[in-house]
Design a protein around this ligand. Structure first.
Ligand code: HEC
Length: 137
């Protein structure tokens, strides 16, 4: 057998050797994963823009740091941003429950160098828990 044929055969064999269950759900089944706490919500919904360390990023867009951020000292402000969005910040009122928004607000306000101890509850979030009424942009 030539070297090329051997290689081609090896490629073919490894392609079939990989388990390819294309008609079966992956780990976790067909249900989307459920975040279990504020840290989980942050990781799944916020980290992509605000980064794992909460320091934000500047690149294709400008994502403000949540780390050591005096503005989120006002819990209502953080709740408002998450429920209503603004500019490049998407709103989450149609994907996170009031309890989940409270969890992630409490998380960002007590991590990344923030130390705001006045925790919020779903009750604080509920009045703002509606998607923005006007079309954005
Ligand atoms: C698609 C990117 C993106 C995602 C995802 C995102 N954000 Fe933002 N966020 C932004 C941008 C951009 C801004 C700045 C908006 C502005 O002021 O115009 C912002 C602003 C904020 C602010 C206000 C900060 C300040 O200093 O004014 C808070 C609080 C915030 N985001 C929290 C969150 C939380 C919590 C999540 C997850 C539930 C989240 N963000 C998810 C992009 C994002």
């Amino acid at each position: 057998m030539t070297r090329l044929k051997t290689l081609a055969l090896a490629a073919l064999v490894s392609a079939f050797a990989l388990p390819a269950f294309a008609d079966e759900p992956g780990p976790g089944g067909s249900k989307p994963p459920k975040p279990k706490d504020g840290a989980d919500i942050y990781r799944m919904y916020c980290q992509v823009c605000h980064m794992a360390d909460g320091k934000g990023a500047v690149g294709a867009g400008a994502f403000p740091a949540l780390a050591s951020n005096a503005r989120i000292g006002t819990a209502q402000y953080a709740i408002y941003m998450i429920e209503k969005g603004k500019g490049g910040m998407p709103y989450f009122s149609d994907s996170l429950s009031p309890a989940q928004v409270a969890d992630v607000v409490n998380y960002i306000r007590t991590h990344f160098g923030n130390d705001y101890k006045d925790a919020v509850t779903a009750k604080d979030v509920e009045p703002m828990a509606k998607p923005p009424t006007q079309a954005r942009r």
